[in-house]
Design a binder for this molecule. Structure first.
Ligand code: EPU
Length: 336
């Protein structure tokens, strides 16, 4: 376990904003976890951090930041149809996706290129190109912080929803996820429901293989999303808003090209990126904070923007969208 006082967090958040935390603890083995209670870490403010790719620090954190850095991918069950794979929380999501592609396990190829670590993937039910991580999660394992007791939740107990789960709602700030188990198919099958994907597949006349789909998703992402190793950002900053169909119908009169997707009975999901774009904010920059010119859902730090500057900037975007369309767009990113 690494235990550091007054850690600078700039290289631990993909927005690359400066902030300090009083204490920074990196857990390298599950066996070290009981020490977190022994040392009274949970008696003060604490925050469990994954890869730092879904957080905006707006101030110093006066407490302990815990980062799970455990490693290991183990196939615990396998037959001709599927494999059950247990992955430690600290494994990079990218390494896990690579592992699946190398072993011809189907299910996460559409989720290639998403930053972060495996332990955070169930928290906000990461998703892209028609797939959500809930589609392949078997169970989530860890500890409840308040009771110090281990837990293992089956998929259906995780209350997964669009960018949401029990870990973001009922059990918010009360879990240390240590491992995630994934059920992956060994029988080729692909999710090509997302138009951008199916169209490109047809255009490029690609053979339907795991490697080709993964490479295609990667190239579609790279064309629209910034490279987080070069430019500060946290992927989509806002969630796509879910509204009543009647709200969409009213808006379509104003904006005929409005995009919407079914989102349960009587509801539709709008594209926040399109709303921001139509509100004239795409590419707008204030100081070093800006809306990414190729995808309006992404806020970027062009260099030295502070967390507060980015925070003020996103609230301005919220206001512009609200004033124009009467729709409130909520951050997907956690603001600290
Ligand atoms: N659009 C615009 N202008 C923009 C951006 C988008 O008009 O600047 C329109 C597009 O033309 C499209 C619609 O909005 O018709 C939706 O855009 P897109 O397909 O690019 O997806 P998104 O809704 O903007 C979501 C996820 C992404 C994920 C993509 C692909 C959320 C909040 N975002 O974006 O997830 O990669 O779909 O599946 O659900 C992330 O969470 O960090 C993330 C990148």
């Amino acid at each position: 376990m690494k235990d550091i006082q007054n850690q600078q967090l700039k290289s631990y958040n993909t927005f690359m904003v400066s902030a300090l935390c009083d204490r920074f603890v990196q857990v390298e083995e599950d066996g070290e976890i009981p020490r977190l209670w022994e040392e009274g870490i949970f008696g003060r403010p604490y925050l469990v951090l994954g890869g730092g790719s879904n957080i905006l620090f707006t101030q110093d954190f006066h407490g302990t930041i815990i980062q799970m850095c455990t490693r290991g991918i183990v196939v615990i069950e396998e037959d001709t149809n599927s494999a059950l794979v247990e992955v430690a929380a600290g494994v990079d999501w990218a390494d896990f996706v690579d592992f699946c592609i190398r072993n011809h396990y189907y299910g996460v190829e559409n989720l290639i290129g998403i930053p972060g670590r495996v332990g955070s993937s169930p928290v906000q039910n990461i998703g892209a190109y028609g797939v959500e991580v809930k589609d392949v999660i078997d169970s989530v394992i860890g500890f409840r912080i308040s009771s110090q007791k281990p837990f293992a939740l089956r998929n259906e107990e995780c209350a997964f929803g669009y960018r949401s789960s029990i870990f973001k709602t009922e059990w918010k700030n009360d879990v240390l996820i240590t491992r995630v188990r994934f059920r992956l198919s060994k029988i080729p099958h692909f999710t090509l429901t997302y138009q951008a994907l199916s169209k490109e597949l047809e255009n490029r006349k690609l053979e339907l293989t795991l490697e080709n789909i993964a490479a295609l998703v990667k190239s579609i992402r790279d064309a629209k999303l910034p490279d987080i190793t070069k430019i500060g950002c946290a992927g989509s900053f806002f969630k796509n808003p879910v509204v009543d169909i009647s709200v969409r119908d009213r808006l379509v009169e104003q904006v005929p090209q409005l995009v919407s997707y079914p989102a349960g009975e009587g509801k539709v999901k709008l594209a926040a990126g399109q709303l921001i774009d139509l509100a004239g904010m795409k590419g707008v920059r204030e100081g070093d904070a800006g809306v990414y010119p190729l995808q309006a859902l992404v806020i970027v730090n062009y260099g030295n923007a502070s967390g507060t500057e980015i925070c003020n900037f996103y609230q301005k975007i919220q206001k512009e969208v609200f004033n124009r369309f009467g729709i409130f767009i909520e951050p997907e990113v956690n603001i600290e």
